[in-house]
Design a protein around this ligand. Structure first.
Ligand SMILES: NC(=O)c1ccc[n+]([C@@H]2O[C@H](COP(=O)([O-])OP(=O)(O)OC[C@H]3O[C@@H](n4cnc5c(N)ncnc54)[C@H](O)[C@@H]3O)[C@@H](O)[C@H]2O)c1
Length: 370
């Protein structure tokens, strides 16, 4: 199979769909990989590393897409990429189609097989291609929060771990899933006093088993959240209700009662945020202040650490890339239920129920089409 890896063109997107290690494995398996010139540059993966791994460097996006049987990328295509769609092309990437009517229509009109990272499932029923980015964002949330606690950045001038004779900062994490657990690991590692709130008591039991008495856990209710928020130097939002907007668990009244110079990192902002005063920000203008509390609400945090994020993402996506290349898309879809769940568009038909519902379009299960 010929696999194309275009350079990402979405604003501030710094990751790339396949690494040189992936290229090597694909080439060894008998496939041809076309990598667009400078596709890996922002992830610190230069053209010559791809070339040494066996890729062919291609000068334009037009040829990378045009000559490939399957295109592997990171973000959903933006408008200027729609021109590359054509009958029979397999596209493996994050698609996030639900709110993107235009992109959906174009994929259907051009009969592209669109396989979305965010809907691929593993045997346990989890979403393995979303997990690595939550791991990155969870760990980063503490790193970013610690930096914003410095006075220069508007924070209250507190060192996360304290020093002998001076207490550490209080870190409050709301949501104990992938983001929350990774945030807890880093915050505890830096010596902070960490409290984690979740609605799911079984999850709190698991976290208690993992972290022992170093992590303070609390059941999620507005009383506990209000009290813990007042104490917090750094508050991290990592709540998710799959498929729904995040609940506003920290109200503006609670934010108003937080310490001046405290910091909020609302990681859940990509689902609307779980803090009432949170609004989406970008890497070029990441923070703002409300009631004297610094807010950092960047919707694509992993893009700030593209080298790590690209490696983490491609570690998870690569086995699927290899299987799609080996069997061809149709046979891989038949063979692997998880890949079948990833198919959102196939031969002009919408195949994902949630996207169809949000766009009020007809759909068919992929099992009826292959
Ligand atoms: N901003 C970014 O760059 C970025 C990057 C990665 C992930 N995210 C987002 O971070 C959020 C969390 O992702 P995740 O992978 O950790 O999800 P997850 O499903 O692993 O964890 C979510 C947790 O929230 C808990 N929860 C649900 N309702 C709650 C409530 N009312 N009170 C307390 N806890 C509650 C759940 O029990 C679960 O443990 C998602 O919105 C995800 O899209 C953002």
């Amino acid at each position: 199979m010929i696999i194309g890896v275009p350079k990402e063109v979405k604003d501030h997107e710094t990751r790339v769909g396949i690494t040189p290690a992936g290229v090597k494995a694909l080439v060894e398996a008998g496939h041809k990989v076309l990598v667009e010139h400078k596709a890996g540059e922002l992830s610190a993966l230069p053209d010559d590393e791809y070339q040494n791994a066996g890729a062919e460097i291609v000068g334009s996006a037009h040829d990378t897409w045009g000559l490939a049987d399957m295109v592997v990328k990171v973000k959903e295509p933006v408008e200027k990429e729609y021109q590359h769609f054509r009958d029979g092309l397999v596209l493996f990437t994050y698609l996030h189609l639900a709110p993107l009517n235009d992109l959906t229509e174009k994929l259907l009109a051009k009969k592209v097989t669109g396989i979305a990272y965010e809907t691929v499932r593993d045997r346990a029923g989890t979403l393995p291609l979303l997990t690595p980015m939550s791991e990155v964002a969870g760990r980063m949330s503490v790193q970013v929060g610690a930096a914003y606690l410095e006075t220069e950045k508007g924070g209250r001038g507190v060192l996360l771990g304290g020093v002998p004779g001076v207490p550490p900062a209080n870190v409050l994490i709301i949501g104990g899933g992938i983001v929350g657990t990774n945030a807890a690991k880093v915050a505890l590692g830096m010596g902070a006093k960490v409290t984690l709130i979740d609605l799911n008591l079984n999850r709190l039991r698991e976290l208690d088993d993992i972290f022992g008495s170093s992590l303070h856990t609390l059941a999620s209710n507005s009383y506990n959240i209000a009290r813990a928020a007042q104490e917090a130097d750094l508050l991290i939002g990592g709540v998710l209700i799959p498929g729904a907007a995040a609940p506003k668990l920290v109200t503006k009244e609670m934010v108003a009662k937080m310490k001046k110079g405290a910091v909020i990192v609302d990681v859940a902002i990509d689902q609307g945020g779980c803090i009432e005063t949170a609004k989406p920000t970008t890497h070029s203008n990441p923070s703002y202040e409300v009631y004297g509390v610094v807010h950092y609400c960047v919707t694509n945090m992993p893009a700030a650490v593209p080298h790590t994020s690209t490696l983490a993402l491609t570690n998870a996506t690569f086995p699927y890339v290899l299987k799609l290349a080996k069997l061809g898309a149709e046979a891989a879809i038949k063979d692997d239920k998880g890949i079948a769940e990833g198919v959102n568009t196939f031969n002009g038909t919408l195949t994902y129920a949630a996207v169809a519902q949000s766009q009020k379009k007809p759909w068919k299960p992929i099992a009826e089409l292959v």
